[in-house]
Write a protein that binds this ligand. Structure first.
Ligand code: ATP
Ligand code: MG
Length: 243
């Protein structure tokens, strides 16, 4: 069965002030698949995720979700339409409880839907259910990242954008996180995953994009990606260990 192409980004150009960062970038995401985005520091990965979520404007191009171009829509409208982003270095609200943090993820939803979203989050992450009344700041780093992802899932998005979710986590927690990503994708979620840990991310990736200086240099099914080519995409900018 052909997977459903739910997100199509094309011809996207984005910059800050006079400085162009993304040039004519295209990426796709499919329901039930993981699109992994790789690239050296400064390649434009976070800029791309932010532009898809509507946090920074595009100079040109389109961001089509389920047939609707949202490139001119606000971040809120994109969120309501089904694009949910866990930002790089995302921090949960430490002084708030786990439950309060989750409620924030569903703040635009009706009561019943939000309650269902919270139940879903607790089913998926039992550790959060056990700690629902605890302050988020008392959770471990890995649990806080799970909370950030759980918060992004409360709204039951069509596309989940994850910007370096493994950063700063211990290897065993990274493995758990990849397990969660793999489960979400097998349930039908379209996941776009930005990762520095190329080897690990390749274990869950169905499709690979590599960015180099704001341009797409690889756009390929994961099975067809050449490791040397991927490595070169990094080395093109700087000496950077990828595996
Ligand atoms: N707010 C900003 N204002 C000006 N330039 C910016 C801004 N944010 C990012 N840049 C520049 O845009 C380019 C791409 O940055 P971006 O953060 O998207 O890269 P990245 O691939 O996410 O890097 P990293 O691997 O370090 O997270 C870099 O040259 C960066 O210096
Ligand atoms: Mg980044």
């Amino acid at each position: 069965m052909m997977a459903d192409e739910i997100l199509t980004v094309s011809g996207l150009s984005v910059g800050y002030g006079d400085i162009g960062v993304l040039q004519d970038v295209g990426i796709r995401a499919w329901s039930g698949r993981v699109t992994a985005i790789f690239g050296a520091n400064g390649a434009g990965k976070t800029t791309l995720m932010s532009a898809i979520a509507g946090l920074i404007p595009a100079r040109s191009g389109s961001v089509v979700l389920a047939g609707r171009d949202l490139v001119a829509a606000s971040a809120n409208r994109r969120f309501v339409a089904g694009i949910s982003l866990v930002q790089e270095g995302k921090r949960v609200f430490h002084q708030r409880t786990v439950e309060e943090n989750l409620r924030l993820g569903g703040y635009r939803m009706g009561r019943r839907e939000r309650a269902a979203g919270l139940d879903g989050a607790y089913d998926r992450f039992p550790v959060l259910a056990d700690r629902r009344a605890a302050r988020a700041g008392s959770l471990s780093g890995g649990q806080q990242q799970m909370l950030a992802i759980a918060q992004a899932l409360v709204s039951q998005p069509k596309v989940l954008l994850l910007d370096e979710p493994s950063a700063g986590l211990a290897p065993i927690i990274v493995a758990e996180l990849l397990g969660t990503i793999s489960t979400l994708s097998s349930e039908g979620m379209a996941v776009v995953l930005v990762e520095q840990l190329v080897g690990q991310a390749m274990t869950v990736a169905d499709h690979v994009i590599a960015l180099q200086q704001g341009r797409v240099v690889i756009d390929s099914p994961a099975a067809g990606v050449d490791g040397d080519q991927l490595h070169a995409a990094y080395l093109g900018e700087q000496d950077h260990t990828v595996v």
